[in-house]
Design a protein around this ligand. Structure first.
Ligand SMILES: [Zn+2]
Length: 283
């Protein structure tokens, strides 16, 4: 459990939004469209007009949203709420109870969407969705961190160790649509080296939550930096976001690729090492 506490510590950027103190206007991710939607509900921007009726963009005032009410940090059932990409370990019993309640609510949603409960194709879908979210798509929210096995760096290896092709299967927090791609993790060992399969398990543990790709890469990098204490760590994720493909701007599936990088240690400041890292991983 001590690792979990450490994890909560470095989720502080995102935890702020669930403790009722953060305001939309201070969110670091105002570029996402749902925030824009909420801002659009407020007073329209006040534009200043010059004599010839052109918009005077020097004096555009954007309404602030500080007056939004604080959001609850506890659920109506009395449970502490946490960010979509956070983690709280639940017992098997708690997860079963969560599935039962989720199924009921999804059934209500189906009623709202006027999907006939007798439709043989959809009859068990509320149950399937509840199980899929809790046991698969969001399981990283409720499961303990994977066991991490490290070995002594006996030969004092001081070069990059890179693992490519780590699968990333996640969902975006904004639309609950699939994020599918690959992750590359490279590090220069300190006192320890890590079993390569552990990198895959750690990436999967963080992926199986509601995510935005920028934070997913940062979480993986920060976690490995904490548990492995490497001299350098770099996490590069390339993925397709189906909220951009199946809806919204309908990007072409083959071309819509998002790339994010997160680095720590020597990769932050050593230009030669950065070039070597990015040339080895092919981007
Ligand atoms: Zn999305």
């Amino acid at each position: 459990m001590s690792k979990m506490n450490g994890l909560n510590g470095f989720h502080r950027n995102t935890n702020g939004s669930s403790n009722g103190t953060a305001q939309k206007g201070t969110c670091e991710h105002d570029h996402d469209d749902h925030n824009h939607d909420e801002i659009a509900l407020l007073e329209p921007p006040v534009f200043g007009f010059s004599d010839d009726n052109e918009i005077d963009t020097d004096h555009v005032s954007i309404p602030r949203s500080e007056s939004l009410p604080a959001l609850p940090s506890m659920s109506s059932l009395g449970y502490k709420l946490f960010d979509a990409n956070g983690n709280t370990v639940l017992t098997a019993y708690e997860r079963e109870e969560m599935k039962r309640l989720a199924e009921q609510k999804v059934q209500e949603l189906f009623d709202i969407l006027r999907i006939d409960r007798n439709d043989p194709n959809s009859r068990d879908t509320p149950n399937r969705l509840a199980k899929m979210w809790i046991d698969e798509i969001f399981k990283g929210r409720y499961e303990a961190a994977p066991k991490v096995t490290v070995f002594p760096n006996r030969k004092q290896v001081d070069e990059l160790v890179i693992s490519k092709g780590i699968g990333v299967m996640s969902v975006c927090s904004h639309h609950w649509q699939t994020i599918s791609g690959t992750c590359t993790i490279g590090y220069i060992p300190g006192e320890s080296v890590i079993g390569l399969s552990k990198l895959t398990r750690i990436a999967d543990w963080f992926s199986r939550r509601g995510q935005i790709q920028e934070e997913l890469g940062e979480q993986i990098a920060e976690y490995l930096n904490t548990v492995l204490k490497p001299k350098a760590i770099g996490v590069v994720i390339k993925s397709r976001h189906y909220c951009m493909i199946a809806r919204g701007v309908n990007s072409e599936e083959e071309k819509a690729l998002m790339i994010t990088t997160a680095v720590r240690g020597r990769l932050e400041r050593d230009e030669t090492l950065r070039r070597e890292f990015f040339s080895l991983i092919g981007s």
